[in-house]
Design a protein around this ligand. Structure first.
Ligand code: SF4
Ligand code: SF4
Ligand code: SF4
Ligand code: FES
Length: 966
């Protein structure tokens, strides 16, 4: 049973192998005595850790169990029978028969002397120090019985050293530093950024960020690992300085990305003081990034709209109303529309920011209360090809591994993903494995950080042209087959032979040879051949991929090509290998699992299957439509055609995130009723008639499912600001529509999900409390979940090779549009930026920038920082340009975190042939210098101001107005 509410213990040095690894249980056990007490621990354990495990506390300062032992503070000295001197117990491994003594008069004196030296150069301001009560230096002074300092005041010291307040989230006060190096080691070992060093020698040694720069100017990425592991108040969260030490903590899950990091929300009453990465978090193992760790202030930002609002038309002022009135108004409008235009004229969009339980309820309401299957989710625009491609080839719409698996990988191929920005905590894990010897292949049009960063250099960076993924993956397979590097035994035992033969014939065609496709992909044939040999023959080969794979007209084909490659080389079904989609939003895996697609009920069960449908009909007591409903792009098209008239959109900003913004906006303007549920009045809400205030992840109970299929608890730490959690709002709407829902707690919703979804059969809140998290499938055959899938056989039985013909995208460069625009994310902002833009994360990225190669910029007379117009065949916007050799000539790149950038004004509606996932990654554009905003940006600005006026001055004001009225 995990003790999720109790403080975490520090066992001083790491276990000899990670406790979750297969090798840990196989370690030989060593028996020794500590203070006469028999102790048995795995071989390789330090004496200090062995003592801690036995409940014997040896004083320590430079050691902590997240970092390798360093042996610098000399506080953990012990006596060992038969050995001379006083060895440091943190760097001394246990030996059979060892007799250790931790407390003697001599040891006590030595430790006191060490502490006395530390304290003589430390400000004696404990009572007013932010760390008071939570300071290891203070604790150790007490533990060793230090009562006085014999050194005279005024000696040489560091007490006047200048503080560094440059980082918006934490401060650095060198006067309090004991130079234990924990911060330096955390930055290296845990985060992998190497931003800190110990500069100087002896008494002059000090911690330095970068080349003795302020933190903000250094390479620091503000992950907070150094702050977390600093034993003093030297590195300290500003939130703790301002609010004081927290009083209690609750374990919950990050609401940003698909890594799904576990956190302790450290609280004072209902106020979050600090978010501390949870040591037992299965996805993050005690680490975090700048978003989850620090960017939580959005949850209580004054922009939160906390009262329901309605209006008759989008040029009318918003009217603040009660929940009952808003819900009755919304239900009335939905039913009116259906009466006039038919059952199929309305639909809903579920949110990948919301919990599994909430997503499940929205799709249930659409199917049961709306009476159709017009439900979709944002995975439509990101990883729907993953669902399709992996289901076709392997039999399940999800990644095959857990994150721990990367520790066993020998060769890692990263395709179309930028983990250090998009999935930073996984990236730290990956970088650690790379530093310890794994090889790396990066396939990306852009030179992402992983290609070369401290102590890491990719063996191959294959900078392919955007839109040529399938030609590339076919060439990889061609090399493996033509050089006989395939795993024949695996293919014979595990894969469908007829399909394999057909595929083999296809892939052997000379047209797939690297030399043939080089002209298309732009990838050097020899480098591709070498990368293929490395992946096939370098041991455990693991593929990690992102939206650079899926967001293409052949996204699904590429996913199947990746699965083909993994099966071809036997790289599936065990630790260290696999096909691993790095999923975007915190619960995008969950929203797909929960039946958010128009053709699938929860657990990817087809709506058209009579047996499946009848089970749901029995449980839900309603007849279900067997026909799949509209996907999001169909909803827009049908809205413009006048057939689709009302939409319930929960926690999804389609007006900013979906391609061809002008098309989306035109569709939204045509709706008779748009109901938006969100925590902010987002871009979509500007077109809405009903606004239902949403709840942040801190205000509700539920679960999120991350990229590893890991279901983790989200726990309510504060009362919903608007009075209702999102699942309660959906219930109210469903009840008003006449379809009753009466859950008392999300646990009941999960019980219903488990009863109807074979892969969730064993999931319950009780089991989640016991295990901490569960990776589905979790059922009769896998009671505790499934870290690695397809172990003995594929979910579909035999793995299916699928022929992956390369079909070039229709989006081609022309004389008019000679450059290819591709898009991505940066570390500090998140997606549409609704959360991160309302935090100090904007310090690092206040606007979206266009990266352009110096050659292309030179040809156009564009200089660094110039404003440029980017025009495609569907639209035009303007951004500031940055000259960068990270992009290849002919390719430009930007992010889409700021609404005013209008990045999606230029992206087209080209989409994946199987799933309609938009081709965000390939847009033919021309770039030229300009001084004026684009016509769309001007219109957007006017519309924004008009909507603010209709809010009587802004959302905060509406909330305040309402609060005053209340
Ligand atoms: S915050 Fe993270 S990246 Fe920055 S110095 Fe500390 S450990 Fe390194
Ligand atoms: S800043 Fe903290 S962790 Fe780093 S050396 Fe100083 S006391 Fe140790
Ligand atoms: S890596 Fe993702 S889940 Fe983890 S803290 Fe950062 S944003 Fe949150
Ligand atoms: S804890 Fe062992 S030397 Fe510091």
């Amino acid at each position: 049973m995990l003790h999720i509410y109790e403080p975490e213990r520090d066992y001083a040095t790491p276990a000899p192998l990670p406790e979750y690894s297969a090798g840990y249980a196989a370690l030989e056990v060593v028996e020794l005595t500590i203070d006469g007490r028999p102790v048995a621990v795995p071989q390789g354990t330090s004496v200090l850790r062995a003592a801690a495990l036995a409940g014997i506390n040896i004083p320590k300062l430079c050691a902590t169990d997240a970092l390798e032992a360093f042996g610098s503070c000399r506080l953990c000295l012990v006596e060992i029978a038969g050995r001379k001197g006083y060895p440091a117990s943190c760097t001394t491994p246990v030996e059979t028969g060892m007799a250790v003594t931790t407390q003697t008069g001599k040891l006590a004196r030595l430790r006191r002397n060490v502490m006395e030296l530390y304290i003589s150069d430390h400000p004696l301001d404990c009572l007013t120090c932010a760390a008071n009560g939570n300071c290891e230096l203070q604790d150790m002074a007490g533990a060793v019985g230090l009562r006085e300092v014999r050194y005279p005041e005024g000696g040489e010291n560091h007490l006047q050293a200048e503080r560094d307040h440059s980082n918006p989230y934490f401060s650095f006060d060198p006067a309090k530093c004991i130079v234990c190096s924990r911060c330096v080691r955390a930055c290296e070992e845990v985060q992998g950024t190497f931003a800190l060093t110990i500069a100087g020698r002896g008494f002059a040694s000090r911690v330095a960020a970068g080349a003795e720069q302020p933190f903000i100017a250094s390479d620091c990425v503000s992950c907070g690992a150094c702050v977390q592991h600093c034993p003093t108040a030297t590195l300290m969260e500003n939130s703790i300085v301002e609010q004081g030490q927290p009083e209690h903590s609750v374990v919950t899950t990050c609401a940003y990305c698909g890594v799904g990091c576990g956190f302790r929300a450290e609280m004072k009453g209902e106020q979050v003081v600090n978010m501390l990465p949870w040591k037992n978090g299965g996805a993050n193992r005690g680490h975090a990034c700048v978003k989850g760790r620090f960017a939580f202030g959005y949850a209580t930002h004054p922009d939160r709209v906390t009262t329901p609002m309605i209006r008759a038309a989008i040029d009318q002022p918003w009217q603040v109303v009660s929940w009952e009135e808003a819900v009755a108004f919304a239900a009335g409008r939905l039913r009116e529309v259906q009466q006039q235009y038919g059952r199929n004229s309305i639909g809903g969009i579920t949110s990948s920011r919301c919990t599994n339980e909430e997503t499940y309820l929205v799709q249930k309401m659409v199917r049961a209360a709306f009476g159709n299957n017009n439900v979709d989710t944002c995975a439509r625009v990101c990883h729907s090809p993953t669902g399709y491609g992996l289901k076709m080839t392997l039999g399940e719409s999800a990644g095959t591994q857990n994150f721990d698996s990367v520790d066993e990988a020998d060769v890692v191929m990263v395709i179309g993903a930028n983990p250090t920005d998009g999935h930073p905590v996984f990236a730290s894990r990956l970088k650690r494995r790379l530093r310890s010897g794994a090889r790396l292949i990066v396939v990306d049009p852009r030179r992402i950080d992983l290609v070369q960063s401290p102590h890491i250099r990719a063996d191959y960076h294959l900078p392919l042209r955007p839109g040529t993924n399938v030609a590339f993956i076919n060439a990889m397979a061609h090399v493996i087959v033509s050089e006989g590097l395939e795993d024949r035994a695996f293919i014979e035992q595990r894969c469908d032979q007829a399909a394999f033969r057909e595929w083999l014939q296809f892939i052997r065609e000379p047209s797939h040879a690297p030399e043939q496709v080089a002209a298309v992909t732009g990838v050097d044939a020899e480098a591709l051949r070498a990368a293929a040999r490395l992946y096939a023959g370098g041991g455990n080969g693991a593929i990690y991929y992102g939206l650079g794979v899926t967001e293409h007209s052949q996204g699904s084909t590429m996913v199947m090509g990746i699965a083909n490659l993994a099966m071809l080389t036997g790289n599936i079904g065990r630790e260290g290998v696999g096909v691993n989609p790095l999923r975007g939003q915190n619960n995008v895996q969950g929203s797909c699992d929960m039946g958010s697609f128009p053709h699938e009920l929860p657990g990817y069960q087809p709506i058209g299957d009579d047996g499946v449908r009848s089970q749901f009909e029995g449980a839900w007591q309603v007849e279900l439509d067997p026909e799949p409903g509209f996907r999001i792009p169909n909803m827009f098209d049908e809205a413009l055609a006048g057939n689709f008239r009302a939409l319930y959109c929960q926690g999804e900003d389609i007006a900013q995130s979906d391609p061809n913004t002008r098309h989306v906006e035109a569709a939204l303007r045509k709706l008779d009723c748009l109901i938006v549920q969100d925590i902010f009045l987002n871009e979509t809400a500007k077109f809405a008639h009903v606004f239902l205030p949403g709840a942040s992840f801190l205000e509700k109970d539920g679960t999120f499912t991350n990229a590893e299929r890991r279901i983790s608890r989200v726990r309510r730490v504060m009362t919903p600001l608007a009075g209702k959690a999102d699942w309660e709002a959906t219930m109210a709407l469903s009840n008003a529509l006449g379809y009753p829902m009466s859950y008392q707690h999300p646990a009941e919703i999960m019980d219903e999900i488990a009863s109807l979804t074979p892969s969730f059969r064993g999931v319950s809140y009780t089991r989640l409390e016991q295990q901490g998290s569960i990776q589905w499938p979790c059922n009769e055959t896998a009671c505790e979940g499934t870290p690695v899938m397809h172990v003995d056989e594929f979910i579909r039985g035999k793995g299916l090779f699928v022929v992956t013909e390369y079909v070039p995208t229709e989006e081609k460069v022309t004389r008019r549009f000679p450059l290819l625009l591709t898009t991505g994310r940066i570390l500090s902002q998140y997606n549409v930026g609704a959360q991160t833009r309302r935090t100090a994360n904007s310090t690092w990225h206040a606007e979206d920038i266009l990266e352009i190669h110096p050659h292309d910029a030179g040809d156009r007379g564009i200089g660094e920082g110039d404003r440029v117009s980017i025009g495609s065949r569907v639209g035009e916007t303007t951004l500031r340009a940055s000259l960068s050799e990270r992009v290849q000539p002919g390719v430009v790149y930007t992010t889409f975190h700021h609404p005013v950038s209008g990045a999606n004004v230029i992206t087209t509606e080209n989409s994946d042939w199987a799933t309609d996932c938009p081709e965000y990654k390939v847009t033919a554009v021309e770039v030229r210098r300009t001084t004026a905003p684009s016509a769309w940006q001007q219109a957007h600005s006017e519309f924004h101001q008009e909507q603010q006026r209709l809010l009587k001055g802004g959302p905060g004001e509406v909330s305040r107005d309402a609060a005053e009225k209340a």
